[in-house]
Design a protein around this ligand. Structure first.
Ligand code: HEM
Length: 259
C-alpha cells in the first residue's frame, strides 16, 4: 500500500500532480488560443464559436469543463507551492545568492521565479474573467447568426475592450511576458515530472517545450495588439452580410439548436 504521508512519496506525488495539471492547463491554453484566432474570421464565426461552446451538449460540456478547469487550477497551485515549500524546509539554510545554473540542470531565471510568475498569472486570470466571462453580456447585445439564431456578441465585447483602452492592451502584453517565462520553465519541468523523458528524447522535448511556450505567449500577446492596431479589420460594430456567402461557417451552428 502506498503511504502518501511518507514525505518522499508525497513529494513525488505532488510533483506528478503539478506536472499533470500543468500540462492539462497547457492543453486548455492551446484550445483557447485556437478558439480566439477565430476573431480574425469576423463576428459571425467568433460569436458562433462562443455560442457553440456554451450550448454544446445542452450546456453540459462547458459546465463540466469549467469545474475541471477550476479543480486543475487549484490543484496545480496547491501542489506546486507545497513542493516548493518542502524543498525550502529541507534546505539547512537559504542560498545566499540565486544564480543561473544553466547547462543540463535547466535551472534558470524562469525556474527561480515560477511561484512569482504563477501568482501574477493568477491575478491576470481573475481580471480576465471579470472582464470577459463575468462581464455584463446584456450591454453588448446579441447578433443574428446565419441560421437566424441570436448569439451574444462576445466579438464586440473583446474587440471594443482592446480598442477602447491601450492600457488594457499593455496589461495583456505584460501578462503574456510573464506567461512566457512561466511556460518556458513549466512545460519542460512538467514533461520531466510526468516521466515522459528518455535520454535520447531530452533535447527534442526541451526544444519542443520551449517552442510551444513561446508560440502560446506570442499568440496571446499579438491578439490584443493586432485588434488595437487593425481597426479596419476588427470592427466592434460589424454586421455580417450573409447574402455574400461569407458566413458559411456559421451554418454549422444549426447542428446545435438553441437550448
Ligand atoms: C488575447 C488573449 C485572450 C482573449 C482575447 C481571451 C478571450 C476570452 C473570452 C472572450 C472568454 C469568455 C468566453 C465566454 O464566456 O464566452 C475567456 C475565458 C477564459 N479565458 Fe481567455 N482570452 C485570452 C487569453 C487568456 C489567457 C492567456 C488565459 C490563461 C492564462 C485565459 C484564460 C481564460 C479562462 C480560464 C477562461 C474561462 C473559461 C470558461 O470558464 O469558460 N485567457 N477568454
Amino acid at each position: 500500500m502506498i503511504n502518501l504521508k511518507d514525505p518522499g512519496i508525497s513529494s513525488v506525488f505532488k510533483k506528478l500532480l503539478t506536472g499533470f495539471t500543468g500540462l492539462s492547463l497547457v492543453g486548455f491554453l492551446i484550445a483557447h488560443l485556437i478558439g480566439n484566432l477565430t476573431l480574425f474570421a469576423g463576428p459571425d464565426v467568433f460569436n458562433a464559436y462562443a455560442r457553440f461552446l456554451h450550448h454544446f451538449m445542452h450546456g453540459m460540456f462547458i459546465r463540466v469543463a469549467e469545474v475541471g478547469l477550476l479543480a486543475f487550477f487549484v490543484l496545480h497551485i496547491w501542489s506546486a507551492l507545497s513542493v516548493q515549500y518542502s524543498k525550502r524546509k529541507a534546505r539547512p539554510s537559504q542560498y545566499e545568492v540565486n544564480t543561473y545554473a544553466g547547462g543540463p540542470s535547466k535551472r534558470s531565471f524562469h525556474s527561480m521565479y515560477m511561484a512569482i510568475s504563477g501568482l501574477i498569472l493568477l491575478v491576470f486570470i481573475i481580471v480576465h474573467l471579470i472582464h470577459f466571462k463575468y462581464a455584463d453580456h446584456d450591454a453588448v447585445g446579441t447578433m443574428k447568426l446565419e441560421n437566424g439564431i441570436e448569439a451574444v456578441n462576445v466579438y464586440k465585447l473583446v474587440v471594443s475592450s482592446f480598442q477602447g483602452n491601450f492600457g488594457y492592451v499593455l496589461f495583456y502584453m505584460l501578462a503574456m511576458g510573464v506567461l512566457c517565462s512561466h511556460l518556458m520553465h513549466g512545460i519542460w519541468s512538467a514533461i520531466q515530472s510526468v516521466g515522459l523523458t528518455r535520454p535520447s528524447t531530452i533535447p527534442f522535448l526541451h526544444t519542443a517545450g520551449m517552442a510551444l511556450a513561446i508560440a502560446l505567449a506570442v499568440g496571446f500577446f499579438l491578439l490584443p495588439l493586432l485588434i488595437f492596431m487593425m481597426r479596419g479589420t476588427f470592427d466592434p460594430e460589424a454586421v455580417p452580410d450573409y447574402s455574400s456567402g461569407h458566413a458559411a461557417l456559421t451554418s454549422l451552428t444549426s447542428f446545435f439548436p438553441a437550448a
